[in-house]
Design a protein around this ligand. Structure first.
Ligand SMILES: Nc1ncnc2c1ncn2[C@@H]1O[C@H](COP(=O)(O)OP(=O)(O)OP(=O)(O)O)[C@@H](O)[C@H]1O
Ligand SMILES: [Mg+2]
Length: 411
């Protein structure tokens, strides 16, 4: 067997040789196997026998065309070719044609491969691809959903963190307030015990002395000590009143009920009351400018403001010094000025003047709790007023109060 014959016989590829009339002249064993024939069964039959029934007629025409321009080529390029087995079943094939001449005759060799398996795999591949694409689509969807959720949870996390920070700040502030309150309480205890002890020991020693001055000639001495007891009790009463006012302010229990009254009338009343408290030679001089028209203000608060300012002026200035109280009702505001010529307030300490329990360093042993001006400031805040101070150490002090002329009740 020569080489070509050996290839022909053993090739795992169907080889069908036909003449230019389409008559099959030779088939190799693999072609027989492919098409389900045996031995020489196909020899002498038209090549169309291997085609599906409906293509046979058209193929005869194709064959004519091919014979007119014979060249080696793949058959039905890009088309799904089908072949027909002896039992009529169809199967997909790939065919390539090669024309040649032998012994002066044209012959055509067709190489036929069964591509059932390849087709199946490619179909499977296609399905797999589709499945893969679907999965990729699904995953992409899932990913973008997850991304969206992540972004949302990031946002809510940020919100939560902000809320937590806010809560922390609130706790911090509450702690700070608590600390301030604690400090205030301890300052209160220190001040109160000091301020209470002084008048109390004055009362005690006066009472003991009164007991000793029993002789009828001691009446004057007794009277003096009774006076000091009275002053000490008034002092204690004043301190208690201040504490009570402070408590009321802090709890927001101060009532604000403005009424119309004469400012000059009120001031004269106060100047009269102060007469009992001034030091020897001190005189409170009142001057009013403008009309004495009735003002619409909360009288109790204004009375307390003026009493605090006047008692400071008396307390912090020496005997024989004049204290001026000027009032003025302008077009839109009421001005009240209290001026003394006493020890004054060091400039560096003035910024603390209205703080609770603040007392300047130069007060020496002049008694006080450091509450008066704090109460004044709180009342003025309520009344929409302001207070200014002009002073210097040993240069006296001038307190100016400005109040809006008409102020309807605040809710
Ligand atoms: N007219 C003034 N002259 C000098 N210093 C003053 C005057 N008024 C207030 N001060 C200073 O301001 C501080 C605070 O005054 P404030 O009236 O609040 O308290 P206080 O007079 O010490 O005590 P109190 O609570 O009894 O009034 C005083 O301790 C004092 O140092
Ligand atoms: Mg005071």
């Amino acid at each position: 067997m020569d080489l070509y014959e050996a290839i022909f016989q053993s090739a795992k590829l169907g080889i069908v040789i036909s003449n230019d009339q389409g008559v099959i002249e030779r088939v190799n064993p693999f072609a027989n196997q492919l098409f389900g024939y045996e031995g020489e069964e196909l020899i002498g039959q038209k090549i169309e026998v291997l085609l599906p029934l409906e293509l046979r007629e058209r193929h005869v025409a194709h064959r004519g065309d091919f014979n007119a321009h014979p060249r080696a080529r793949a058959m039905g390029f890009g088309m799904d070719l089908a072949a027909r087995k002896k039992d009529g079943t169809l199967f997909p094939v790939e065919v390539s044609l090669a024309p040649y001449e032998r012994l002066g005759k044209r012959e055509i060799v067709s190489f036929v491969s069964d591509i059932t398996e390849r087709r199946r795999i490619s179909e499977e591949l296609k399905t797999l691809n589709v499945e893969l694409e679907r999965k990729v689509g699904e995953r992409t969807q899932e990913l973008s959903q997850a991304f969206l959720e992540l972004r949302q949870s990031h946002a809510s996390l940020r919100e939560e963190m902000e809320q937590r920070k806010k809560a922390e700040r609130a706790v911090q502030e509450a702690l700070e307030r608590e600390r301030e309150l604690g400090e205030l309480k301890s300052r209160f205890v220190a001040t109160a015990s000091h301020e209470f002890r002084t008048p109390l020991s004055a009362i005690l020693s006066s009472a003991e002395l009164i007991l000793r001055y029993r002789a009828p000639g001691d009446a004057e001495k007794r009277e003096r000590h009774i006076q000091s007891i009275k002053t000490a009790v008034r002092n204690l009463n004043g301190i208690l009143n201040d504490f009570l006012s402070l408590e009321k302010i802090e709890q927001g229990r101060v009532e604000y009920r403005p009424s119309r009254f004469s400012l000059v009338g009120l001031v004269q009343e106060l100047v009269g009351e102060m007469r009992a408290l001034v030091k020897p030679g001190q005189r409170i001089h009142h001057r009013h400018r403008g009309e004495d028209e009735p003002v619409l203000l909360e009288k109790t608060l204004l009375r307390s403001i003026l009493l605090n300012l006047l008692s400071n002026a008396v307390k912090y200035s020496p005997e024989e010094k004049e204290i001026c109280l000027c009032t003025e009702i302008g077009d839109s505001e009421i001005r009240i000025v209290v001026e003394d010529h006493g020890i004054g307030i060091p400039a560096s300490e003035q910024k603390h003047l209205f703080e609770t329990f603040f007392r300047a360093k130069n007060v020496a042993n002049i008694q006080g709790t450091g509450l008066g001006l704090n109460i004044v400031k709180s009342y003025l805040d309520m009344m929409g007023g302001v207070i200014q101070v002009e002073s210097g150490e040993n240069r006296g002090a001038t307190f100016k109060v400005l109040l809006p002329k008409t102020r309807e009740p605040q809710p």
